[in-house]
Design a protein around this ligand. Structure first.
Ligand SMILES: Nc1ncnc2c1ncn2[C@@H]1O[C@H](COP(=O)(O)OP(=O)(O)OP(=O)(O)O)[C@@H](O)[C@H]1O
Length: 249
C-alpha cells in the first residue's frame, strides 16, 4: 500500500448528513488514519449507515465536509446492508464477484483469462469455489455475503466500508470473513465497519466511533465502549427529534 504509515485518509469536518433537511448525523468532527481498523457503533437509528452513505457519496452533506486524503473516490469499496441488496437480480456468483474488477477498469472492458483467474482465486479465498455458475438468488445469506466479500477483494480498495457485515450470518462465515478483514488490515488498508455486536468490536477492532446522531465518543475501543458512554448514546438517540431541522450550531 502506498499510504503513509502515519497519514490520514478520511476527515469529517463539522459534518451534517440527513434526509429532506432533517439531520441524521450532525456536527461530526473526526479523522481516520490510513490503515486504521474502525468500528462504528450506536443504537438503531444513530446514523451509522447514513455516515457510510456520505463517505461513498450517495448522500451529500447538508453542512460541513467529508474530505478524502490522498485517495480517490474510486479507491473506496462499500458493502451495503444485506437488506439494501437486490438478490433477485439475475446474475451468477462469478459475474457478481467480477464486478469488483470494473471499478478499476471500467464497466465494459473484457478481462480475459487473467481476470477470470483472479475472480476464481477470490471465490476460492471466500470458500465459494464450485459456486461460479449459481444465480445469486439461490445462495444462502452466508454464501451471498461471501460472494460480496469476493467482489470487495477484487476491488483492491484502500478504504473499505462494511455496513453490518456479520448480521444474520452463520458463525463459520463470520470467522472466515473476519480473517479477510484482518488480512486487509495487515495490508494497511483502512477498514470501517458498522457493527452491533460489542464483544466482536472489543475483540477485533482497536478503534471505535460511537454515534448517537452526533459523536458520543471516539478513539481506542476500550475507552469508548464504557457503560457510561453506551448509556449516553441510548439516551441521546431516544431523545432525538426526528423532525428537527438542521441547526445553526
Ligand atoms: N432514505 C431515508 N430517508 C429518510 N430518512 C432516512 C433514510 N434513511 C435513514 N433515514 C433516517 O435517518 C436516521 C438514521 O438512520 P441510519 O440508517 O443511518 O441509522 P443506523 O444507525 O444505521 O441504524 P440501524 O442500526 O438501525 O441500521 C433514522 O432516523 C432513519 O429513519
Amino acid at each position: 500500500m502506498s499510504a503513509p504509515m502515519d497519514g490520514t485518509i478520511l476527515h469529517f469536518d463539522n459534518l451534517t448528513l440527513g434526509y429532506d433537511r432533517h439531520p441524521a448525523v450532525h456536527h461530526l468532527d473526526y479523522v481516520i488514519r490510513a490503515g486504521a481498523l474502525v468500528a462504528v457503533v450506536g443504537p438503531n437509528g444513530a446514523g451509522k449507515s447514513t455516515l457510510l452513505k456520505g463517505v461513498v457519496g450517495s448522500l451529500a452533506p447538508l453542512e460541513g465536509k467529508i474530505r478524502l486524503a490522498g485517495i480517490k473516490a474510486s479507491e473506496i469499496a462499500y458493502l451495503p446492508q444485506q437488506a439494501d441488496i437486490d438478490r433477485s437480480f439475475p446474475i451468477s456468483v462469478f459475474d457478481m464477484a467480477a464486478m469488483g474488477l470494473w471499478q478499476k477498469s471500467g464497466a465494459f472492458r473484457r478481462f480475459g483469462r487473467d481476470g477470470d483467474r483472479r475472480v476464481g482465486e477470490a471465490l476460492d479465498i471466500v470458500g465459494l469455489a464450485g459456486f461460479e455458475k449459481r444465480p445469486i438468488g439461490t445462495l444462502s445469506g452466508g454464501q451471498m455475503q461471501r460472494s460480496l466479500f469476493a467482489r470487495l477483494l477484487l476491488q483492491d480498495a484502500r478504504l473499505i466500508l462494511l455496513d453490518e457485515p456479520f448480521t444474520a450470518i452463520d458463525s463459520a462465515t463470520v470467522r472466515d470473513l473476519k480473517r479477510l478483514i484482518r488480512r486487509w488490515h495487515g495490508e494497511r488498508r483502512t477498514v470501517i465497519a458498522v457493527l452491533h455486536d460489542l464483544d466482536q468490536v472489543r475483540a477485533d477492532f482497536p478503534e471505535t466511533l460511537l454515534l448517537a446522531r452526533e459523536q458520543v465518543a471516539a478513539g481506542s475501543t476500550e475507552t469508548v465502549l464504557t457503560q457510561a458512554n453506551l448509556d449516553q448514546a441510548r439516551r441521546l438517540t431516544e431523545a432525538f427529534d426526528e423532525e428537527a431541522a438542521v441547526c445553526g450550531r
